[in-house]
Design a protein around this ligand. Sequence first.
Ligand SMILES: [Zn+2]
Length: 285
Amino acid sequence: MILRLFKFVVAPLLVLFLLFVAYGFYTLWKHEMFVEPTYDTVAPAIPDAGGKPLVLVFSKTNGFRHIDAIPAAHAMFADFAEAEGWTLFATENGAVHNADDLAKFDLIVWNNVSGDALTADQQAAFRAHMEGGGQFLGIHAAGGDREYKWQWQPTELIRTQFRSHPNIPHFQDADLTVEDQGHRATGHLPKVWRQNDEWYTFHTSPRGRTNVLVSIDEDSYNPSTWMFGEDLKMGDHPMIWHHQLGQGRVFYSALGHQASSYSDENYRTLLLEASKWLLAEDPDN
Ligand SMILES: [Zn+2]
């Protein structure tokens, strides 16, 4: 009896569990979670923008690598550059974050950057650039690590700390509430905007220290993790916002895990208009 129980119930369950664990490790390996962080010291050569707006798209990953989203977002920005007459410079070299080179860029995009991507000197240069009037667009994983050694990134640049996201199912349809349809990045969206994504939860709401454009309706999806069903509700749950950082401006969107996000017309328009807003000399006009 006990042998039969082991053979037909316990053993198959054990095999299933081991397969599940192995798949989990494979997924983390595939997304470079076991790769040692690297740091860059020699800055790349920056192209001459020829008088056109110069946009940096930075996608270094010292943590989880969004292997599908990064190239999809890059291709989207290449389309924008072509249509808008920008010069695009894409790199994974963190050493581009030095005072002289940063000063050449009109807009800095962090395309799913993960982990602590910069050295202390690069952090200082980037911070000074932003506080002195730099323009920054952060997408999804740019604010998506559970901890950063460089606290300035979550507390000042993004203005909140990522906590977790649902896993079962990982990707869910949810209703986003477009709170501000008066901003040029969100003017094209319906009041209730339904999207499918990996929905980030943060430790605290950034409201009060940011201008919230879009939040998520927590009743429209299942905001919990698979492990013990941890509750990921925030109550007030912003997903897209912007804020002043010294003399500079930051626009952050937590959306965009999947490559399909960057072919979604509504999301493309949002990121294009956010970029144009950041590039504008007088953003109020
Ligand atoms: Zn993601």
